[in-house]
Design a protein around this ligand. Structure first.
Ligand SMILES: [Zn+2]
Length: 351
């Protein structure tokens, strides 16, 4: 959202995406033998500019996750908190592409030539929805059946939209993508209506940021509540696109993508909530839980959702699928400012 001007490389990628979107996609792959029984819906919630360091579920000193913490305590067997989830870039562009593409970040230049995982799921058996308060730059690449753009600019207004989608019983399997405004506030002109939850300190910028994290926490709690109260098999997965710098090194670095990589941009929170009906239909979610202690990244998202759905297109890679028995840890890649993929261990990251 609210991007800086597109670089030449980014413009080229978008043009290439437009070309492949025009091409007809016909599913070419295999389906899990139990595919028909695997009904249920997946809600993918993509946040904005939310850094792990500001989440109390990961040890931040301020209580920014009181609502989700209560949910985790109430349903200890129904959530997965990823220990070390990483972005694949500093900015919205490469990160959103990585989340929705079926190609891993190390093959970044290949991404525009392949359909999004949403388009693949839609092509087989899913009804696909995109719900947001604004038009996402990759909306046509994502390629949902229905794009629902809420009139109000507030993330909270997406909850009733989601409820409506869930109530529609015409479709058994749904893939629902939500893109939040989240914490993308400090350096843009977005106005937020969230309340102040944090007792003010002498740093109003940090206070404002922390309040936005609590607001997202409350939002996620509302969605997790919907998941747990539903009799349909439901699963939600949250991850932000990237994190945020808040002048952590005293060098005036604010926002994201403004300098060399920092841990605050790349280290993200990520959480899954699923109800018992979903677990019954998709017992492989237990593997995701087991593999949640590995370092994972955006490159695991599409593969894991396809794995859980039992849909294996040509581009499916079981070693990236956290729900697969054949998942194998592989060091993630990060996309540099020239849109070039580098191994995390080879990148210079300010910590
Ligand atoms: Zn972003």
């Amino acid at each position: 959202m609210s991007f800086t001007l597109q670089t030449v490389e980014e413009a080229k990628i978008l043009a290439e995406m437009k070309e492949s979107e025009k091409k007809r996609y016909l599913f070419n792959g295999t389906l899990d033998p139990g595919f028909r029984e695997k009904n249920g819906s997946i809600i993918l919630i993509v946040g904005e500019s939310s850094r792990r360091a500001s989440w109390s579920l990961y040890g931040y000193k301020r209580k920014t996750n009181v609502f989700m913490k209560a949910m985790c305590e109430k349903y200890p067997d129904n959530y997965i908190l990823f220990k070390d989830y990483r972005a694949t870039g500093q900015t919205t562009y490469p990160n959103l592409m990585s989340i929705f593409s079926v190609m891993p970040a190390k093959e970044f230049p290949e991404m525009p030539r392949h359909p999004s995982f949403v388009r693949i799921l839609k092509n087989v058996a899913y009804r696909a929805y995109f719900i947001s308060t604004y038009q996402n730059i990759f909306m046509s690449f994502i390629g949902a059946d229905e794009n629902i753009i809420a009139k109000s600019g507030d993330d909270d207004s997406l909850v009733p939209e989601l409820e409506q989608v869930l109530e529609d019983k015409k479709h058994q399997k749904k893939i629902i993508v939500m893109h939040l405004k989240g914490s993308h506030f400090a350096f843009t002109d977005y106005n937020y209506s969230y309340a102040d939850y944090i007792f003010p300190s002498d740093n109003p910028m940090i206070d404002k940021y922390d309040n936005s994290i609590v607001n997202t926490d409350l939002f996620l709690k509302k969605i997790a509540d919907l998941v747990m109260k539903s009799s349909e098999p439901l699963c939600m997965w949250y991850m932000p696109d990237h994190g945020e710098n808040l002048n952590d090194f005293g060098d005036g670095n604010l926002g994201h993508g403004c300098g060399s990589f920092t841990c605050f941009e790349l280290e993200l929170p990520s959480i899954i909530f699923f109800n018992n009906a979903f677990l019954e239909k998709n017992p492989m979610i237990r593997n995701v839980s087991r593999n949640s202690s590995f370092t994972v990244s955006h490159s695991n998202v599409s593969q894991t959702i396809m794995g859980l759905s039992g849909i294996y297109p040509r581009e499916y890679r079981k070693t990236y699928d956290l729900s697969s028995d054949e998942y194998r840890y592989e060091e993630p890649y990060v996309i540099d400012c020239d849109l070039f993929p580098v191994k995390y261990s080879k990148a210079t990251i300010q910590e």
